[in-house]
Structure formats: C-alpha cells, structure tokens
Write a protein that binds this ligand. Structure first.
Ligand SMILES: Nc1ncnc2c1ncn2[C@@H]1O[C@H](COP(=O)(O)OP(=O)(O)OP(=O)(O)O)[C@@H](O)[C@H]1O
Ligand SMILES: [Mg+2]
Length: 323
C-alpha cells in the first residue's frame, strides 16, 4: 500500500466580480490530479509557475479544501478522519514552505518556532523540549546560538534550514517540500538539498518535492510528475522522464535546464530550437479544444503520459492495476 494516494484531486477557486461580488467564474488550479507516494521515496512535482503545484501540496497537507477527489493516507480517506486520526495525520504530514521569510513568524524566536509543532502534538517538559530543539538545530547544521534569534537575523539558506527543522520536529512520514531551494544561491542550494537527503536516510521520511526546475529535482527524485495547467501530463521514474520523455511539454521543460557544460553549448542551442519548433507545430495535438491535457495513459510499468486519444489507443498497455 502507498503511504499517500491522491485520486483525481480538484481544487477550484471562485472568481468574484461585480457590485454584488458574485462568483462569476473559477480558477481550476488543480483539475484531476492523481499520484501515489511510497514510504521512503521522493516524488517530484514539476511544472512552471501557476501550474498548481503549491495548491496540490497545500491540499495534501490539509491547508486547502479539495473541491473534488480523494486523498488517502495509508489507505484511509483523510476527509473522513475523526479528530484523533486528523491529529495523527497532521503530525505525520508536514510542509516546508516556498517562502521562508513569510512562513516563519517574524515576532517569534527560533526556539519557539521550532518548538511549536512539538507543543501541538507532544507534551514535553521544558527541559526535554529544549534538548529536542537543540537536536533539531544540530540536524540542520545550526548551533545553539540560533535559539534566541529572530528569523530576519538569518540568511535565506539558514531560514530554509530552520523551516526544515520545524518540519521534521514531529518525525513525520511525509514532508511536502515546496520549492525549498529556489530562492537560494546555487552553492547554498546543494547544501540544503544534502540536508534533505541526509534527513531522509536517517528518518526514512518520504518527500513530495515541488519545483519548477527539472535540473534541481534530477538527483532528488525516485519518481516524478510533470504538471501543466492544473493537470499532470507525464508521470514516471527518473529514467522515464529524463531519458525517455514522451509529452511535448516535458521535452520542452528538459531543454530549458541550464547547462553548466560550455563545450556543447552550440549543439544544445540547436536542439532547443528544434524542440521549440516541434512544440509550436504539435502543441495543439497534445491538448484538447479547451487547451487542457488529456487523461494519462499507461505506456510502461512505470510510465504514464497524457497522450491524445488516437496516439493513446496505439500505446495503451493492456495490463491493468499495475502501479
Ligand atoms: N487562494 C487562491 N485564490 C484564487 N486563486 C488562487 C489561489 N491560490 C492559487 N490560485 C491560483 O491557482 C493557480 C495555481 O497556483 P499555485 O500557487 O498552485 O501555482 P504554482 O505551480 O505553485 O506556481 P509557482 O511556481 O509560481 O509557485 C494560479 O493561477 C493561482 O493564481
Ligand atoms: Mg508554488
């Protein structure tokens, strides 16, 4: 059984306008998204700005109400949870937020910020609590002098590590890491990613790793999904996505990864232009009349692609119920 299973998740936001402030339309931020995350694995969710990644993460952690679909935690629908199960879920599913400055309360000291989840879920005496906070700071490479400081006294990378310490405080089973490194310098990015990996090795936590950059998630994820306008266009193993991308949008995202290697710059530039030309020529085939991606079709044991109906019937696997 998967640790978490998201089934046909929809999150729609109403748009209000006019004198009466009536609902006149809706933003379909998430529109029929399904995926599973297994215990101890890192599942990437990648897509450009506005594709619905954060909204998906917030819905999984319970900060956003689903308009439709289900979220199953260890096989149980979380919407049907009783208060005690809800508490258990909240303790086991934590989030690291995209913007570390606004997600840490500026008026609270680091000690209080990190102790907050402990206070919510575990009744520790103040001595034990302090020891635990110090341990958590140590896990993310910060010393005891951090305890009495405020968030603004830290750099972006340090603040993101404080967010990580807070997220791991309750020993969760799943952490939703929303763009945990995108606001950081390249050198600091690697450092924070290494902390996340170390924590996974030590505690066996699963990650839902959200990013707009396929380059960043490459070495983090076991499997990943590509999101586009509220839908998934491709889901697969790291090898499926990076070496055998089938959806035109995935191919285009891959071409957009910045290259450090200068030697093949010209060839890369040509390849990028070639993919962009194919994208412009073929993009209409990959989306329906409303501009939405088609439903996912399974093309191998691990690989799912949102192919147009004609192409889908050619590639569809007959095997049913394969994970
Ligand atoms: N509370 C809200 N009310 C109305 N619309 C919203 C709300 N939250 C998000 N949206 C809209 O939903 C869509 C998806 O937003 P979301 O923040 O999930 O995207 P994202 O993929 O995380 O983007 P980014 O990479 O910029 O963080 C956007 O069009 C956004 O404007
Ligand atoms: Mg976001």
């Amino acid at each position: 059984m998967s640790l978490i299973e998201v089934k046909d998740l929809q999150v729609h936001f109403p748009i209000r306008s006019g004198f009466w402030n009536r609902i006149t339309d809706q933003v379909k931020a998430v529109d029929g998204v399904s995926f599973k995350i297994n215990a101890g694995e890192t599942f990437g969710l990648v897509g450009e700005s506005g594709s619905g990644k954060t909204t998906t993460g917030r819905a999984v952690v319970g900060l956003e109400k689903a308009t439709g679909g289900q979220i199953l935690y260890q096989g149980e629908n979380i919407a049907l949870n009783k208060p005690k199960e809800r508490l258990n879920y909240n303790q086991n599913v934590q989030m690291i937020f995209q913007d570390s400055l606004s997600s840490l309360n500026p008026r609270k000291r680091i000690e209080t910020i990190i102790a907050e989840p402990l206070r919510n879920f575990q009744k520790l005496d103040s001595e034990t609590e302090k020891i635990r906070v110090l341990q958590l700071l140590d896990i993310v490479g910060l010393g005891p002098d951090a305890l009495y400081k405020y968030p603004h006294q830290f750099s972006g990378g340090q603040r993101q590590r404080i967010g990580i310490a807070r997220a791991v405080a309750t020993n969760p089973k799943l952490i939703i890491a929303d763009e945990p490194v995108s606001a950081l310098d390249l050198s600091v990015q690697a450092q924070v990613l290494n902390f996340l990996k170390k924590i996974q090795r030590e505690f066996g936590v699963s990650y839902l790793f959200i990013s707009h950059d396929l380059g960043v998630v490459r070495h983090m994820c076991d499997r990943l999904a590509i999101m586009n306008h509220g839908r998934l266009v491709e889901v697969g193993s790291r090898d499926d996505i990076y070496n055998h991308p089938l959806h035109i949008y995935t191919q285009r995202l891959l071409e957009a990864i910045p290259q450090v290697d200068v030697r093949h710059r010209q060839e890369r530039q040509q390849e990028r232009l070639r993919i962009e030309k194919i994208y412009q020529e073929q993009k209409n085939d990959y989306y329906d009349q409303a501009g939405m991606a088609y439903p996912l079709v399974q093309v191998s044991q691990t690989h799912f692609v949102a192919l147009p109906p004609q192409a889908a019937s050619k590639r569809k696997l007959t095997a049913q119920g394969v994970d």
